[in-house]
Every structure is written in structure tokens, then in C-alpha cells.
Ligand binder design. Structure first.
Ligand SMILES: CC(C)(COP(=O)(O)OP(=O)(O)OC[C@H]1O[C@@H](n2cnc3c(N)ncnc32)[C@H](O)[C@@H]1OP(=O)(O)O)[C@@H](O)C(=O)NCCC(=O)NCCS
Length: 160
């Protein structure tokens, strides 16, 4: 399994995983626009050329925003999202981010648990963020601190 930057050539596979992962999936055109934005960093986990998952962040000064994260359904619960999120956090820190935020559906237990494991805490509800549901806004603060590294250390050990 390799984690590398997401490229235009990956997008046909990405939108298949996207359609299997989200109630309101992004289109190919939206992904193409997103990966071209200078403030975004998108990565993918691939195996033998197949896209198993992907994620993206937006870098805004000291804050970084996790904009998407998904794993192909048959490859879930094997640590792939953890490896992708770890890689996104490393990219955020390398680009000077100190805090990370994201929105997640209130009913998305798997994602809420994943983010909690990475030290994200709920900070509020964004009403009507999704067409059919509210979003929980989560933050992981001081991601450049020694304390945060203590949170990451066991996850890094598991992933290696
Ligand atoms: C959320 C998602 C990305 C998790 O991917 P994954 O590769 O299965 O996650 P991992 O195997 O790395 O799991 C990491 C942690 O997430 C949590 N988790 C993952 N799947 C879970 C599930 N079905 N139920 C509860 N917790 C779960 C656990 O805390 C897990 O840690 P553990 O293995 O120590 O228990 C995946 O389910 C997915 O693609 N869902 C659809 C898209 C989505 O909702 N993306 C998030 C948008 S905000």
C-alpha cells in the first residue's frame, strides 16, 4: 500500500469510492477543481494501482480543515483511514498548521470514533450543514505540541 498525492488520473476510481461512501457524493468535476487549488492537499492510498481511499485538507494559516476522507467499503476497518489521516496531519504540520478542524455527520459513528481517536473534540453543531442532517464541528488543537504527539504515538505504532 502506498500513500501519495492524488492525481487527475485517479479521479475515475475516486468517484466510484466517493459514490459508495457518501449520501451526497462530490462529482468528478468538483474533485478536479479541488485538487488544482493551491491551498488544498489531496492524497490517496493505492495498492497495485487501485485507489483504496483518499483524503484532503485545506491549509489556511495556522488552521487546516480536513475536507474529505473515505475508504473503499471492502477495505474499511483495516487502518487505512488512520494512515491517511496521519499523513494529512503530517502535511498540515509541515505547512505550519497548529489546529485542525472538520465537519462530520451526527450519525457517522465510524468517522466520529476515528476523529476522537486522533484527539478531535466536538466544538458545536452546524445546523443544516448537510441536506438531511446537522454536522458536528470538531477541532484538534495544538497539533504541533508534544502532548499531541503523545496522542499520535500509539496510532503511528499501530500503522507501522
Ligand atoms: C470513516 C471511514 C473513513 C473509516 O475508515 P477505516 O479505514 O475503516 O478506518 P480505520 O480502520 O483506520 O479505523 C480507525 C478508527 O476509526 C473508528 N472506526 C472505524 N470504523 C468504525 C466502525 N464501523 N464503527 C465504529 N468505529 C469505527 C475506530 O475508532 C477505529 O479505531 P480502532 O481500529 O482502534 O477501533 C470509513 O468508514 C468511510 O470511508 N466511511 C464513509 C465516508 C465517511 O464517512 N468519511 C468521513 C467523512 S467526515
Amino acid at each position: 500500500m502506498t500513500i501519495r498525492p492524488l492525481l487527475d488520473g485517479d479521479l475515475d476510481s475516486v468517484i466510484e469510492v466517493e459514490a459508495a461512501s457518501f449520501v451526497e457524493p462530490w462529482s468528478r468535476a468538483l474533485f478536479a477543481e479541488e485538487i488544482a487549488q493551491p491551498t488544498r492537499r489531496y492524497i490517496t492510498a493505492t495498492d497495485a494501482g487501485s485507489v483504496l481511499g483518499y483524503g484532503g485538507i485545506m491549509l489556511v494559516g495556522e488552521d487546516a480543515h480536513v475536507v474529505t476522507l473515505a475508504v473503499e467499503p471492502e477495505h474499511r476497518e483495516k487502518g487505512l483511514a488512520s494512515r491517511l489521516l496521519m499523513a494529512l496531519i503530517d502535511i498540515a504540520r509541515a505547512n505550519g498548521a497548529r489546529h485542525l478542524t472538520l465537519e462530520v455527520r451526527e450519525s457517522n459513528t465510524a468517522a466520529l470514533e476515528l476523529y476522537r481517536k486522533f484527539g478531535f473534540e466536538p466544538a458545536g453543531i452546524r445546523k443544516g450543514y448537510y441536506t438531511t442532517e446537522d454536522a458536528v464541528v470538531m477541532w484538534a488543537v495544538d497539533i504541533d505540541s508534544a502532548d499531541y504527539e503523545v496522542t499520535l504515538a500509539p496510532i503511528r505504532a499501530e500503522a507501522s
